[in-house]
Design a protein. Structure first.
Length: 314
């Protein structure tokens, strides 16, 4: 598995972050509780879970956490800032980087690719001021919280691929239904049988396709009822089946299920190793035989993804 890929072979994917736990940035108790979980990433929130009058305190708390924890192991430390259109984004980022560069920034309510580019450019300026490695602060974009954001998703690949540095900073795309539903005035997001209605299926699928086209991680949105373990399991089965490799969480009790769902089984790992070994034994081959059937490069890429997902979390 450690051999270099043959010319023209797809690059082996990086290990994805499976579980992304939101924690209110103004609650030291919940921040500590979040870091005590096995979440792959803890997202200190400056947006929806923080009341406007508490935002200054939340910024101070997040900055203090960054100063004390930095990048010292445990869950990756991410921060959700306020939306590009809110006039709060730059002040949020300044406060965050005053404590040191986080592992990543979650950018919500994005309505156009240009907003991602502008935020990334400012993050680069703050990285330089903080003495961080350029490009080391990644960005996860919440893509579907506005109608404009959903409509803009097909433009992401052509616009973002024109900037290699921006694409390198982009960790992944995720989607959200709650703010989109409010913007639409939707009375519900599922039909009588419990299946998501077409509009929300479209938002989810558009996010997944754009992430795949860009070669970044697709992260499924939150399951808001943290007591509904059965509903969470159903969403996780659908997410992994469809190609998502992680999921946002709003409660520590959701982390174990999310990590388990996105960790390949022993049988999956064994089969993936056999696929990789078959290609390694035939350098330069586009098609090889395994168990009496022909497999090609897409099978190799899928096997590499499975093995990357099998790597231990942070």
């Amino acid at each position: 598995m450690s051999e270099a890929p043959a010319p023209g072979a797809p690059a082996a994917p990086a290990a994805p972050l499976r579980s992304w736990l939101f924690v209110p940035g103004d609650s030291e108790r919940k921040v500590d509780k979040g870091f005590a979980t096995r979440a792959d990433a803890v997202i200190l929130d400056l947006e929806d879970s923080v009341a406007p009058e508490q935002l200054p305190r939340a910024r101070e708390c997040v900055s203090a956490v960054l100063r004390s924890r930095g990048r010292t192991g445990g869950p990756r430390l991410w921060v959700r800032v306020n939306a590009p259109g809110s006039a709060l984004l730059r002040a949020d980022l300044q406060a965050v980087f005053a404590g040191g560069a986080p592992d990543g920034v979650v950018l919500p309510k994005v309505s156009a690719a240009a907003e991602i580019a502008a935020a990334a450019q400012y993050i680069g300026v703050l990285e330089t001021q903080a003495g961080a490695v350029p490009g080391s602060t990644r960005v996860l974009v919440i893509t579907t919280e506005t109608p404009e954001g959903v409509l803009a998703l097909p433009q992401y690949p052509s616009l973002l691929r024109d900037s290699p540095s921006l694409l390198a900073r982009l960790a992944g795309l995720t989607w959200g239904a709650e703010d989109l539903g409010a913007a639409l005035g939707a009375l519900g997001r599922r039909d009588a049988s419990g299946v998501a209605t077409f509009t929300f299926q479209l938002a989810r699928t558009s996010c997944l396709l754009a992430a795949a086209a860009l070669g970044v991680q697709a992260v499924d949105g939150v399951h808001t009822d943290f007591r509904d373990s059965q509903g969470l399991r159903g969403e996780l089965e659908e997410a992994r089946r469809d190609g998502f490799s992680g999921k946002l969480a709003i409660h520590p009790d959701q982390i174990a299920s999310i990590n388990a769902a996105f960790t390949p089984t022993e049988a999956e790992r064994t089969q993936a190793q056999r696929v990789v070994a078959a290609f390694a034994a035939a350098p330069g081959a586009g098609v090889v035989s395994l168990d009496g059937r022909m497999i090609d490069r897409p099978h190799l890429l899928q096997a590499q993804r499975i093995l990357a997902a099998a790597q231990p979390g942070p």
